[in-house]
Each structure stands twice: as structure tokens, then as C-alpha cells.
Design a protein around this ligand. Structure first.
Ligand code: PLP
Length: 242
């Protein structure tokens, strides 16, 4: 057996395991597995790994850096999958991000919302789906909008011409005990429910992008509609300092 074949087998086994766990977790909490979408987080992994994942039926990929994505998305196929930006976006990379990504999960300021909206007009892009990243943990290294500033940012998005508000995203602190992330997921859902009642979401219901490799089952129990999973699908990342 060639190395390529055995790594393909390992990959498909990891992927099947994740899919199985998502399904059984959804069923345990009386949710439809179809209401939970999987974003495969391909950051630090090469385009070949992404192409293989596409051939295995994965349709959605998450990258956290525009610069890295710029070198991978065009060769993986801009139209071959849906691309999600899940990391902090600097204003000066807004144009590139609008070109490269289908969905932005990390909208965190009014200035960035206005910038993205302008870029969409300039690039003739009709709509840009966005999720607002909410900072619930106030860790120095994490980004996202403060809860107290959330309404102002929601207003900026709903008043924009081209941004479509799809939901909220959060990244809780890392706990060895994944259970400790639950209150953060629950709080995000509470915020989503309030906004849903006000009818601000483009898709009415409003999604919840939350849950990673070590806590996605807890996130699903708390209502996640999008889980962002890297390590459990692609294996360990080469450490790059983030
Ligand atoms: C890296 C990353 C993930 C995936 O992390 P894993 O633990 O590898 O599943 C999810 N969301 C964000 C924002 C990330 O940066």
C-alpha cells in the first residue's frame, strides 16, 4: 500500500468518525443532524489536503488568515467549495477577504462592517454573508465584539447594503475540561435568541458558529448550527504560534 493510500484511509476514518459523532450527538439532543453544518478548518494544512477533503465530499473549509488563504484557495478552487474566514480580519485585508471568502465569521467592529460593505459595492458583489464574533471571555489574545457593543454592530450590518447577517460566532477559552465551555455556548445562544426575536437575521433563525475539536459535542447540545473542526479531521497542526 502506498503512503498516499494509507493516509487517505486515515483521513476518511477521521472524517467518518466526526460525522458519526455529530449525528449521534444531534440525535441524543433531539436535533436534526441536517441542521448542523461542518466547516473543516484547514489552516496550516496544504492545498493537497484540502483537495483530498473535497474529493471525500467536504464542501466547507475554514481558514483564519487571509494571507495563508490567498496561497491556498485559488489552487484548491475558489468555486470548488465554500470558504469561511474564521480568524480576525484587519481592515487593510478586507478587499482580499471579499474576493476569497464566501462567509465571514469574524465580523467584530462597525468600521470593518462599513469597510466590507464598501468593498462589496466596488467589487460588484451582491451579498456577503457574515456572522458577528462575540467576545464572551475577554482573553487578551481573542477578538470579537463586546456584548455591550453588539447592538450597535448589528444595526450597522442590517443598515448596510450588501452584508447579510447569518448569525453569531464565539471562541471560548481553552479548557482541559471541555464541559467548562458550556456557559459560553449557552450565553451566545441567549444573545442569538434575543436578536432572533427582533428579526434581524437574514435567514430568520440566525445561526450559531461554535464548537471545535474538543468541545463540539457540547456546542451541539447548546444549539450550534455550524461547528468548526480542524484537528479531528486533518490531524495535528504544525504549530505556528497561534
Ligand atoms: C483553529 C480554529 C478552529 C479549529 O480548531 P480545532 O481545535 O483544530 O478543531 C475553530 N475555530 C477557530 C476560530 C479556529 O481558529
Amino acid at each position: 500500500m502506498s503512503a498516499g493510500t494509507s493516509s487517505t484511509t486515515a483521513f476518511s476514518e477521521r472524517l467518518e468518525k466526526v460525522r458519526r459523532r455529530i449525528r449521534s450527538c444531534a440525535q441524543r439532543c433531539n436535533r436534526s443532524p441536517d441542521d448542523i453544518s461542518l466547516v473543516a478548518v484547514s489552516k496550516t494544512h496544504p492545498a493537497e489536503a484540502i483537495r483530498e477533503a473535497i474529493s471525500m465530499g467536504l464542501t466547507d473549509f475554514g481558514e483564519n488568515r487571509v494571507q495563508e488563504a490567498e496561497g491556498k484557495i485559488p489552487i484548491s478552487g475558489r468555486e470548488a467549495a465554500r470558504w469561511h474566514l474564521i480568524g480576525h480580519l484587519q481592515s487593510n485585508k478586507a478587499r482580499k477577504a471579499v474576493e476569497l471568502f464566501d462567509v465571514i465569521h469574524s465580523l467584530d467592529s462597525v468600521a470593518l462592517a462599513q469597510r466590507l460593505d464598501r468593498v462589496c459595492v466596488e467589487l460588484d458583489r451582491a451579498t456577503l454573508p457574515v456572522l458577528i464574533q462575540v467576545d464572551l471571555a475577554h482573553e487578551a489574545t481573542k477578538t470579537g465584539v463586546d456584548v455591550k457593543d453588539l447592538n450597535e454592530l448589528v444595526a450597522a450590518v442590517t443598515e448596510s447594503a450588501r452584508l447579510a447577517l447569518q448569525g453569531l460566532m464565539t471562541l471560548p477559552p481553552f479548557f482541559d475540561e471541555a464541559e467548562k465551555a458550556r456557559p459560553f455556548f449557552r450565553q451566545l445562544r441567549g444573545l442569538r435568541d434575543e436578536l432572533q426575536a427582533r428579526g434581524v437575521f437574514d435567514n430568520r433563525a440566525g445561526g450559531l458558529s461554535m464548537g471545535m475539536t474538543h468541545d463540539y459535542e457540547i456546542a451541539i447540545e447548546e444549539g450550534a448550527t455550524i461547528v468548526r473542526i480542524g484537528t479531528a479531521i486533518f490531524g495535528e497542526r504544525i504549530k505556528t504560534g497561534n
